[in-house]
Design a protein around this ligand. Structure first.
Ligand code: NAD
Ligand code: UDP
Length: 320
């Protein structure tokens, strides 16, 4: 248990989602008080059920697109659906969540003199023309495409964070998160790692969009949460943005092969059309994270996939 000088009151928005639930767990383990705010649009109570017994943990249903009043000295703003089918389901709500959510939470940070972390994304680079992507790259985003509710919402949120920093000296931290995977991803959220594992475990065809030659760099959730905490607690000011992700790059076909091998699945590959504006390549340049946070990922894709497969295997058995 921490003493009062080092124990913090931490607000985690989107705390009942995939990344948020792991972050809440970590913060409680570190001895902090955690207020989790979520509207459960893609997250669930179940993700944080095991934390509800802790007197240091509180769960509140709230939509961050609406104003809120909290007490906190650290704010992690993770609220926003992250998988393309989810964020495209109600694009206007996705934009409201990113933009109005950022405004309301920055208001609170300013009022409370609290430090605030924004879960931004590699999607701010769009379909990048520079590879790998350093933070100095301004991106290549279609402002009117199907993904723009997410990409432009997150870009606008970054602007709001930087302007609050410049105008009112709010202590902001902007983390640009690259594809992350692990236990508690939603089995039906349509993201590539969860789709492939669920398909392989069920012996169903593995759906490759396009030729499968597009690349992504996959970070295991524990590594990413470590980067959040290091970034939040690094001496400031350190507004960033800072890329947070794993620089090892794989094609989607390579990922499919790994999943099939690790699950001993007899699933076949099937090829489906590539969704509109799907980025061809993505890999973070993490020089800044290494230099400024002393952080780099440690979990190999194979090991992370094994842990994620175990989780989905147990989940599917429960459901069958
Ligand atoms: P997730 O969908 O599992 O979690 C998002 C959480 O936010 C859910 O619990 C959802 O119910 C909640 N939420 C959504 N809209 C809300 C609103 N208006 N008010 C309150 N709560 C709301 O997604 P995730 O993968 O855990 O992503 C968390 C954050 O990290 C998101 O901001 C996402 O954009 C960002 N991010 C994630 C990845 C990744 O690979 N997982 C990559 C880049 C950025
Ligand atoms: N993808 C795929 N099959 C699937 C789901 C996704 O081939 O069943 C591809 C998708 O087209 C993209 C990549 O995998 O090129 C990563 O998709 P995801 O939705 O996980 O993340 P994002 O596109 O946001 O990086």
């Amino acid at each position: 248990m921490r003493d009062e000088t080092t124990r913090r009151k931490v607000l985690v928005t989107g705390g009942a989602g995939f990344l948020g639930s792991h972050l809440c767990e970590r913060l409680l383990r570190d001895g902090h008080e955690v207020l989790c705010v979520d509207n459960f649009i893609t997250g669930s109570r179940r993700n944080v059920e095991h934390l509800l017994g802790s007197p240091q943990f509180e769960l509140q249903r709230h939509d961050v697109a609406l104003p809120l009043q909290v007490e906190a000295d650290r704010i992690y703003n993770l609220a926003c659906p992250a998988s393309p089918p989810h964020y495209q389901h109600d694009p206007v709500q996705t934009l409201k969540t990113s933009v109005l959510g950022a405004l309301h939470l920055l208001d609170q940070a300013r009022r409370l003199n609290a430090r605030i972390f924004q879960a931004s994304t590699s999607e701010v680079y769009g379909d990048p023309l520079v590879h790998p992507q350093p933070e100095s790259y301004w991106g290549h985003v279609n402002p009117v495409g199907l993904r723009s509710c997410y990409d432009e919402g997150k870009r606008c949120a970054e602007t709001l964070f930087m302007d609050h920093h410049r105008q009112w000296n709010v202590d902001v931290r902007i983390g640009r998160i690259f594809n992350t995977y692990g236990p508690r991803m939603h089995p039906g959220d349509g993201r590539v790692v969860s789709n492939f594992i669920v398909q392989a475990l069920r012996g169903e065809p593995i759906t490759i969009y396009g030729k499968g030659e597009q690349t992504r760099s996959f970070c295991y959730v524990d590594d990413l949460v470590e980067s959040f905490v290091r970034y939040m607690e690094a001496p400031g000011p350190l507004p960033g943005p800072i890329n947070l992700g794993n620089p090892r790059e794989f094609t989607i076909l390579q990922l499919a092969e790994q999943v099939i091998n690790l699950t001993n699945s007899r699933s076949q590959l099937v090829f489906r059309p590539l969704p509109a504006d799907d980025p061809q390549q993505r890999r973070p340049d993490i020089t800044q994270a290494k230099d400024k946070l002393g952080w780099e990922p440690t979990v190999q894709l194979r090991d992370g996939l094994v842990r994620t497969i175990e989780y989905f295997d147990a989940l599917l058995r429960e459901g069958s």
